[in-house]
Write a protein that binds this ligand. Structure first.
Ligand code: PEP
Ligand code: MG
Length: 412
């Protein structure tokens, strides 16, 4: 057993250049666990707040004043570390200490324990032996809150190499499609600047339907059949479009509005036309009934809640009761601590809800979520295709494939 001997924090910067915190947890005076917190741009109403009063410095100050409370705790004992954080902050959304502190401290603790015990993090988090690789799911074309004016309203068009048998093939296929799409965009518009959104997907001046067309074309030009070797997914991030006053989805860039029923039809058409394997937040974050209608209509598509569930076990229980989704995004910093997120994963797995462990649009170069995706038996790992902070997570999967500990891919 390794015991926490010191904890230190610092201000760093995420992939968007915004301030964030990094936490070092040291066990037995020598084993360093180090984690930097990510942050979202399209943020769910009920997710943990990043920092108290939006000030990372405040979280660090609180840590400094309370650091000794963590000394001597077993660094692999997530429950005790979580409970100690909860003594500092019992608010549902970590408004006192900030979810970023809960995120970084709990993951850094187990990172440090994995080094002290000399076992990979995913093994420490899940003692089971039947580990599998999740399918990488990556953003190839971005819009909405992740890209500038002129890009689609839809936040993300995603690629998943559903026919791959190995993790390397899955990563390389996604890379190939991303590259091919870049070529097609240049051909279509010679003034295209190769601009990319926050998660590395191309950010062209296109409407939603045109964007989906070119994404499908990229797959087909490579000789792939949609729904077979590769499949497309979409994160509609519909809360961005939802106007509570008008009770309508406002598609500013494309120039139309959808009633709740029209939004279901809009999403359904896209799911059918592009044979999507994955549809995230196709309706807004409080539209549980509409999510249920889509889940019933498309039992073989991962109808997934992100802003809908915000990695919150209580909300997931409500969604399960209403059959509002069959897929759940797991973003540790939405929940707060890793302990919270693993509880969420347990609930999802018990109820046969497919887990998609996910990055945030503002990321660090850490790769812990690759381990968390494996440990939680995630069906997919949503971490982008290109960009240093995205590739870091994919490269970690390639390294893990060198050990004979993970046997093949999960079943979607
Ligand atoms: C998402 O919405 O799924 C996402 C990754 O974006 P963000 O981190 O901005 O919430
Ligand atoms: Mg999302």
């Amino acid at each position: 057993m390794a015991r926490i001997t010191s904890i230190k924090g610092r201000i760093l910067y995420n992939s968007r250049g915004s301030k964030t915190i990094e936490i070092d947890v040291i066990s037995d005076n020598k084993y360093l666990g180090r984690v930097c917190s990510p942050s979202g741009a399209s943020v769910g109403k009920h997710e943990a707040i990043s920092f108290p009063q939006n000030k990372p410095e405040k979280s660090l100050e609180l840590l400094k004043n309370n650091e000794k409370k963590f000394h001597n705790l077993d660094s692999s004992d997530l429950k005790s570390i979580h409970d100690t954080l909860r003594e500092m902050d019992s608010t549902p959304n970590y408004s006192k200490i900030g979810g970023s502190l809960a995120f970084a401290l709990t993951i850094a603790a187990v990172d440090s324990a994995s080094k002290a015990l000399d076992i990979p993090l995913f093994k420490l988090l899940s003692k089971k032996t039947d580990h599998r690789f999740p399918f990488p799911l990556g953003n190839i074309l971005g819009g909405g809150a992740h890209a500038g004016p002129g890009t689609p309203d839809i936040q993300e068009i995603l690629i998943c190499s559903t026919g791959s048998k190995t993790i390397r093939d899955a990563i390389e296929t996604n890379l190939e499609v991303h590259k091919e799409l870049g070529k097609i965009l240049i051909k279509k518009d010679p003034t295209f600047t190769n601009g990319r959104g926050d998660e590395g997907g191309w950010a062209p001046k296109l409407k939603n339907d045109q964007a989906l067309e070119v994404a499908a074309k990229a797959c087909e030009e490579l000789g792939f059949t949609l729904g077979k070797e590769v499949s497309l997914g979409v994160d509609f991030a519909s809360s961005t479009q939802w106007n509570e006053k008008k009770k309508k989805y406002i598609y500013d860039r494309a120039g139309f509005e959808n009633t709740p029923q029209e939004q279901i039809d809009f999403a359904s058409e896209i799911i059918k036309k592009y044979k999507l394997v994955y549809a995230e937040d196709a309706v807004h974050e409080e539209a549980f009934e509409e999510m249920s209608a889509l889940t019933k209509k498309f039992p073989h598509v991962l109808i997934t809640g992100d802003d809908l569930l915000v990695t919150n076990t209580k909300i997931l229980k409500k969604a399960v009761k209403l059959k509002a989704c069959n897929g759940a995004i797991l973003k540790v910093n939405q929940a707060g601590s890793l302990y919270d997120a693993l509880e969420f994963a347990r609930e999802a797995n018990t109820n046969k809800i497919g887990i998609i462990t996910s990055h945030r649009s503002g990321e660090s170069t850490d790769a812990h979520i690759s381990h968390i995706g494996i440990a939680t038996k995630s069906k997919m790992l949503k971490v982008g295709v290109v960009g240093g902070e995205r590739i870091a997570k994919l490269n970690e999967l390639v390294r893990l494939a060198e050990y004979d500990l993970i046997r093949g891919m999960v079943e979607i």
